[in-house]
Structures are given as structure tokens and as C-alpha cells.
Write a protein that binds this ligand. Structure first.
Ligand SMILES: Cc1cc2nc3c(=O)[nH]c(=O)nc-3n(C[C@H](O)[C@H](O)[C@H](O)COP(=O)(O)OP(=O)(O)OC[C@H]3O[C@@H](n4cnc5c(N)ncnc54)[C@H](O)[C@@H]3O)c2cc1C
Length: 481
């Protein structure tokens, strides 16, 4: 396995660069796994506090950008363009080295990670300090048909695909006369009624209704949006009163809820629920929770029984007895961060915590390097805001202020645009919103974007020869004479 040395702070671009012989390091190297909320914010803060002569900072991520996931439902609804909800690492992480590739193994006792780039051979790099911000992945179940039929809603690619799928199905249905096929095309199923699922459902339903407004051939009543949720309520992050408000508002819009219900099967798009309801649906979006990134299981770092990295309130990795594992730090969705405001509980996996944890983590790592004092992460939830479509929302601020409808929606936008990294992204998103407000949102489907070579393939295929081609050619030749 080739080992690369980044003493010069120059990222290895390929496996030949990776074969450079190791040299003694001049400055300590901090390797940050994952360039999402935790990775981007902690690397930026570390770089601000540590000059290039103090430490080398390397961020490893298969994507060259950080995605601000709370805006994904708005991307799916077309209120924000996909490019504007991502912060490119090269612009947001000045003087930080970035390596594009997946971390596939972590061997902390040797201070070594393995990176697998999209192309080329895996290689290893070593480090002095490790920051783990690998986030989470969709928590799926072995449900027949799920892997083949469903799509997740965790990243920008999926949000764009869900948008195109919904608009594409609507357009196809408008030119389809088979009633069963139309029903299937116009039935959109979401599984999992937490924050991501409810926002994704509410935003795309709102967009679908706007899309059929001027579309002959599809009526509002033809659209069927279905939510399947295992527990007896939605939005567990909100109080029951506010969650019930959201539920009743969405029901008024015609959205169908199956609570205390599980998805049993969806083979070939035929949905069967645990309560015996059956229907066909071309679109199944899986938003039923997340689990810590499974790559952690390849590491020798201590994990809890849910596969999360065990950390102390200082965000230092610690073993079962609370002993600090030297030089290892973790935060965000992939870590079990004790919630000091709720003793015995852990911080929920959300951006509100991840971004704040990143700052404390960076400050504590800096303090470790400079002999300073470590602080504990504690953050009292500021509130919860959710968008339920254009101009609709629900919010609780500071535990007691309850907002419904338009004011909640405004609060949702204000809160998240403030949390979006980089000034340029904030401006771009605000401009998107002003554009949508002035010109109405764009509901065009770019259905073929997911198979852009299809038309070229068809055009390049050798033309089929008609059976009677020789006879026709002879006849033509005779006629010419
Ligand atoms: C649709 C949706 C809506 C949400 N809405 C809200 C909301 O309204 N409010 C809120 O507070 N939170 C919300 N969240 C949750 C929030 O986005 C996450 O909790 C937060 O992003 C977690 O930050 P993180 O740094 O732990 O993980 P992430 O931001 O997900 O970053 C993880 C990074 O690790 C990278 N990575 C993955 N595997 C590897 C690997 N093998 N090697 C290297 N890198 C890897 C990923 O590419 C990614 O860049 C939402 C999430 C979703 C999906």
C-alpha cells in the first residue's frame, strides 16, 4: 500500500504522487475526515487559529464540496438551485489541503488512514491528530424491493433526482391515457415522518401542485402524496401540539398519512404496508432516519452499540471507561456527543449541533496544541423550524415561542440562510428566493439529465437493415436505368 507524505502541504493528486517516500514532518498534521458541517467548520476555525507554520490541515472527502442539507427540500422544490446549497471546499477552505476520496480504513494506533479515490489505487496517509466528521448514512431495512425502487434524500444529487422524477412523472402522466399507469405515475410515497421526510414531502407536494396548475391532462385531484410513518406521530423534534398542527395542515392539502404503519414491501413499485394497504407508486423516497457512517466500523476507535464514535463533552474520543484516546476527536452525526442539558442523553444528529460542536472541537484541539484549557460542549436547543412548502411552516423558538404558517416559514429561511457557510452562498440563495418571488418558481422537468448519453447512444447505434433491403436496392437500380 503506497504511503503519501504531505509534509509540503501539497495534496497527492494521484497514486504516483502517493508513492513519494515519507519524510520527517516539519509541522503536526491534522487530518479531518469528512468535509461536511463538522469537517468544514472545524478545518476553517483551526486554520484561522493555526498558521501554516504551526500545523498542516488536510480534509478528506469524496465530494469536493460541503452540502448544507437543511436546504435540500428547497432544492427539490426548485426554490434554490443545486449549486447554491453546496460550499466548494477549494473556496471555503483557504490554505487547507483537500484530498478527494473515501476514507476506507482508520488505524488510529498507527495514526494512519486509507483513502480510496474514485479512480486509481487506494493509498495511505499518516497524521498526528485526527478529526472525525464522517456524518451519517440512510438507515435502511431489508424490505423487499426497497434497494431497487427507492431513493434516499441525504445529498444534493438525490434531491435533484427526486425533483426531476416527480416533474417527469407528472409530464408523462399528462400524455398517458391508461388509468392504472397514470395513477401509478402520480402516486408519490415518502417513508419516514421525521424532519427530512416531512420537509421533503411538503416542499415537493407544493411544487407538484404548482406544476399541474397550467398543465392540461393532469388535475390537482390526480396527485397522490403518501407518508408512511412507523410511530403514531410525525416530527418528533417538535412538541406534539406543533407536530399535530403540521399534520392537520398537510392533511388539509390532501396529503395521505399512514401512521403506526411500516413499509412491508415495494417490489416493482407495488407498495404493501404493515396495515394491509396496497397501491402502486413509481416514486418511493426513503427518509426513515440515519445511522453513523459505517466506515467507522473499520477503525480501532471506540464505538457505542449504535456504531457512533464515543466522545466526551470535550469532543475527545474516549473508551468505555472514559479514558481519552490521545489525538482523536469526533463530532456531528457520526459521534455520540453527551447532551449536557439532558443528562444521560446524546445530542440529536442535526446541523444546529454539528456546526457548534465543530467550533468547540477546533478550539479544544488548538488548546491541546498550545497548552490551553479545554471546554465542554453544551448547547441549549434554540428552537426548531420546519418549512412545509412555499409560505408555510411551523416553528418553536427558545422552547416557548410558537409560530405557524408564514412567520414560521420566514423564520426557517432566515435561520438557515444565516447558518449557510460563506457570504457568497448566502447572497446566491437570497437572490434565488427573490427571483422565485418575482418570476414564480421554475417547474420544468429535466428528466433526461440522469441519462444524458441515451440520445447519443441511440443515434450511434447501427441502423437496422430492413429485411427486403437488397430487393428494394435492385428495384431502385432498375428504375434509375
Ligand atoms: C434532508 C435533510 C434535512 C435536514 N434538515 C435539517 C434542519 O432543518 N436542521 C438541522 O439542524 N439539521 C438538519 N439536517 C441534519 C444535518 O444536515 C446534519 O445533522 C448535519 O449535516 C451533520 O453534519 P456532519 O458534519 O456530521 O455530517 P455531514 O454534513 O453529512 O458531513 C459528512 C461528510 O462526510 C463525507 N463522507 C462520507 N463518507 C466518507 C468517507 N468514507 N470518507 C470521507 N468522507 C466521507 C460526506 O461526503 C460529507 O461531506 C437535515 C438533513 C437532511 C438529510
Amino acid at each position: 500500500m503506497p504511503q503519501t507524505d504531505l509534509t509540503s502541504d501539497t495534496p497527492a493528486q494521484n497514486s504516483s504522487a502517493a508513492a513519494i517516500a515519507p519524510r520527517p514532518r516539519k509541522v503536526p498534521r491534522i487530518v479531518v475526515l469528512g468535509g461536511g458541517s463538522v469537517g468544514l467548520y472545524s478545518a476553517r476555525r483551526l486554520r484561522k487559529r493555526l498558521g501554516r507554520r504551526d500545523a498542516a490541515i488536510v480534509v478528506v472527502d469524496p465530494r469536493p464540496y460541503m452540502t448544507y442539507a437543511p436546504f435540500l427540500p428547497e432544492v427539490a422544490a426548485g426554490s434554490i438551485t443545486d449549486r447554491d446549497v453546496v460550499a466548494p471546499h477549494r473556496r471555503a477552505l483557504k490554505h487547507v489541503d483537500t484530498l478527494q476520496g473515501k476514507v476506507t480504513k482508520i488505524t488510529h494506533r498507527e495514526r494512519k488512514i486509507e483513502i480510496t479515490p474514485e479512480e486509481g489505487d487506494p493509498y495511505e496517509i499518516t497524521y498526528d491528530h485526527l478529526v472525525v466528521g464522517l456524518g451519517s448514512v440512510a438507515r435502511t431495512l431489508p424490505i423487499p424491493g426497497l434497494a431497487e425502487q427507492a431513493i434516499g434524500f441525504k445529498n444534493v444529487e438525490e434531491a435533484v433526482a427526486v425533483r426531476n422524477q416527480i416533474l417527469n412523472r407528472i409530464n408523462l402522466a399528462s400524455s398517458t391515457w391508461d388509468p392504472d399507469l397514470r395513477k401509478r405515475m402520480l402516486t408519490f410515497t415518502f417513508v419516514g415522518g421525521g424532519f427530512a421526510g416531512i420537509e421533503a414531502l411538503a416542499e415537493t407536494e407544493d411544487m407538484a401542485r404548482a406544476a399541474v396548475k397550467n398543465l392540461p391532462g393532469v388535475d390537482q385531484s390526480d396527485l397522490r402524496f403518501v407518508m408512511i410513518e412507523g410511530s403514531d406521530r410525525i416530527l418528533p423534534e417538535l412538541t406534539l401540539e406543533m407536530a399535530n398542527y403540521a399534520l392537520s395542515e398537510m392533511k388539509k392539502r390532501g396529503i395521505e398519512f399512514h401512521l403506526s404503519t411500516f413499509l412491508s414491501s415495494c417490489v416493482d413499485g407495488h407498495v404493501v404496508t404493515s396495515t394491509g394497504v396496497e397501491f402502486d407508486s413509481d416514486t418511493i423516497v426513503w427518509t426513515a432516519g440515519v445511522k453513523a457512517n459505517p466506515v467507522l466500523a473499520t477503525s480501532d476507535l471506540p464505538l457505542d452499540r449504535m456504531g457512533r464514535l464515543q466522545v466526551l463533552p470535550t469532543l475527545q474520543v474516549a473508551d468505555d471507561d472514559g479514558n481519552v484516546v490521545a489525538d482523536a476527536w469526533g463530532a456531528g452525526d457520526c459521534a455520540a456527543v453527551p447532551d449536557l442539558y439532558n443528562p444521560g442523553a446524546f445530542c440529536p444528529p442535526n446541523a444546529q449541533h454539528a456546526i457548534r460542536e465543530a467550533k468547540v472541537l477546533a478550539d479544544n484541539l488548538y488548546a491541546t496544541l498550545t497548552g490551553g484549557k479545554l471546554e465542554e460542549y453544551s448547547h441549549k436547543n434554540l428552537g426548531t423550524v420546519a418549512s412545509l412548502g412555499l409560505h408555510k411552516g411551523v416553528a418553536i423558538l427558545f422552547g416557548k415561542i410558537k409560530l405557524r404558517g408564514f412567520p414560521a416559514w420566514v423564520m426557517h429561511r432566515m435561520y438557515h440562510v444565516a447558518a449557510m457557510p460563506t457570504a457568497s452562498r448566502k447572497i446566491r440563495i437570497t437572490t434565488n428566493w427573490v427571483g422565485t418571488w418575482l418570476l414564480r418558481r421554475e417547474v420544468v422537468s429535466l428528466g433526461s439529465i440522469h441519462d444524458p448519453r441515451a440520445e447519443f447512444r441511440a443515434a450511434s447505434a447501427p441502423a437496422a437493415k430492413p429485411k427486403d433491403a437488397p430487393a428494394a436496392a435492385n428495384a431502385e437500380a432498375k428504375a434509375d436505368k
